[in-house]
Every structure is written in structure tokens, then in C-alpha cells.
Ligand binder design. Structure first.
Ligand code: ATP
Length: 245
């Protein structure tokens, strides 16, 4: 890919009032790749995604230093809507869907920014091909779907905005292994169709199997990074994140 394409986070610091959540975080997600950020509870993974998506303000947080760029354009300091317009879309943590709305309505909500109807219809077809179960449940309330189906809907809704880059916050959290594997497979497929992915995960084994490159975040700092295969083989990662003694 041409230089500077994809996501670049440089020396990023984020605070929630007096609480420093990220300190001097730098990472890159080259266009077309899947990159994962691993880390335990409170390491700052969600904060990183919020900083990229421009949603820190909703959590009373703010960027205090550094910057985020996507395909050369500066994202930090712009509104969440501008980040979406730039092609970067976040799938929120906890697979938040509009529970009282139908599957169909949820998808339509994701296309609100779409330029024209034809593009929206095309995206809808793509999402329903990717997740046939959503077509079967189109008229059901989203709140009645299983956890895995809700995750599919959350991803599908994000895809309706035709992102160039997807930010995924623990998409397999709380899912049964079979369903987690299906979600992982879908992430691979979406990436294969050309969407760049930043994946934040506690499920290190899954994330390392998907990603080309990985970063480990601990208490707001990157403590380790490298090709996913190398990290998966490192004693430190195996012990701390893969549960290997
Ligand atoms: P988890 O997997 O538990 O979500 P995480 O790696 O995503 O963890 P963050 O949620 O980004 O971690 O939290 C990083 C740090 O920032 C933690 O110390 C957390 O307590 C703090 N934090 C997060 N959100 C807020 C907030 N809205 N106000 C104050 N502190 C916050």
C-alpha cells in the first residue's frame, strides 16, 4: 500500500479527567490488514478505539497528546460523524443493537449516512449474504436475537456505512466457542473483501490467528508488538494471554 495509507496512531495520550488511560501509544494498521490489540481488563483497549472513532467525549474523556490519522487525514480532533465520513466505523463493545427495533430497522439505521438508495440496497445485500440468519430474522426485534446474532447485527449495521476500516471491540466476548469461531471467520471474510480491521480482543488466541500484526497494551502503554505469529510464539504472551504455563 502507498505510504501513510491505513491508520496511524502516534504518541497518543488520553485522559478521563484526572485518570490517564493511554500514555504515548503508537501503532499502525496498514491498509488491507487486520491488526489486533490485546490486553487485560482496563488496559485501555476500548479507550483506544474511542479515541480513533471520536467518541471519547461521550465518556467524558479526551485526547491530551498525539494524533490519529487515517489515509493521511487527521482524525483526532474531529467529530465522530467526520470519522465515519472518512470511512472508519466502530462496532461498539457489548454488541449494542437497538433492541426494540427490528433487524431490518437496525440495518437501515446503519445506512443513514448513505449517499443514495442504491448504495444502501447494495450494502444490505452484502450484509445479508454475509449473515443469512439476519435475512431470516429481518422482521424480528433485535432484542430477541441470540448473543452471536446480535454481534452479527452490530457488525452488519456498521458495514451498512460502507467503511474502509472497521473497529471491532471484543466481538467474541461472551459467545460460545462455535459462535466465536463463526464471528472470527466473518471478520476474515470482511477483511478479504477489502476492509481494513482493527480488532481489540481479550481472546488472544483468536485474535492472533486472524491478525498479521499485534500490539499488547498494559495499563495504557504498548509493552509488546510484532508480527502476530511471533507474539503467539513468545513465552510472555503465551503465559499471560494464551493461558499456557
Ligand atoms: P475492558 O476490557 O475492561 O473494557 P479496556 O482495556 O477496554 O478494558 P478501558 O475501558 O479503555 O480498558 O479503560 C482504561 C482505563 O480508563 C481504566 O483504568 C478505566 O477505569 C478508565 N476508564 C475507562 N472509561 C472511563 C470513564 N468513562 N471515566 C473514567 N475512567 C475511565
Amino acid at each position: 500500500p502507498p505510504e501513510g495509507s491505513g491508520l496511524i496512531v502516534r504518541d497518543l495520550a488520553v485522559s478521563y479527567g484526572p485518570v490517564a488511560a493511554l500514555r504515548g501509544v503508537s501503532l499502525e494498521v496498514p491498509r488491507g490488514s487486520i491488526v489486533t490489540v490485546l490486553g487485560g481488563n482496563g488496559a485501555g483497549k476500548s479507550t483506544l478505539l474511542r479515541a480513533v472513532s471520536g467518541t471519547l467525549g461521550f465518556h467524558r474523556g479526551g485526547v491530551t497528546a498525539g494524533e490519529v490519522r487515517f489515509d493521511g487525514a487527521r482524525l483526532s480532533g474531529t467529530a465522530a460523524s467526520s470519522v465515519v465520513a472518512a470511512g472508519v466505523v466502530q462496532v461498539p463493545e457489548g454488541r449494542r443493537v437497538f433492541a426494540r427495533m427490528t433487524v431490518e430497522e437496525n440495518l437501515r439505521a446503519g445506512a443513514l449516512g448513505a449517499r443514495d438508495r442504491r448504495a444502501a440496497a447494495e450494502s444490505r445485500d452484502r450484509v445479508l449474504t454475509l449473515f443469512p440468519v439476519l435475512a431470516e430474522r429481518a422482521r424480528q426485534r433485535a432484542g430477541l436475537l441470540s448473543g452471536g446474532e446480535q454481534q452479527m447485527l452490530a457488525i452488519g449495521r456498521a458495514l451498512m456505512a460502507r467503511p474502509r476500516m472497521l473497529l471491532l471491540d471484543e466481538p467474541t466476548l461472551g459467545l460460545a466457542p462455535m459462535m466465536a469461531a463463526r464471528i472470527a471467520e466473518t471478520v476474515r471474510e470482511i477483511n478479504g473483501q477489502g476492509t481494513t480491521v482493527l480488532l481489540v480482543e481479550q481472546n488472544a488466541a483468536m485474535a492472533l490467528s486472524l491478525a498479521s500484526h499485534a500490539y499488547v497494551l498494559e495499563v495504557g502503554e504498548v509493552v509488546l508488538s510484532g508480527p502476530a505469529g511471533e507474539l503467539a510464539a513468545s513465552d510472555e504472551v503465551r503465559r499471560r494471554y494464551l493461558g499456557v504455563e
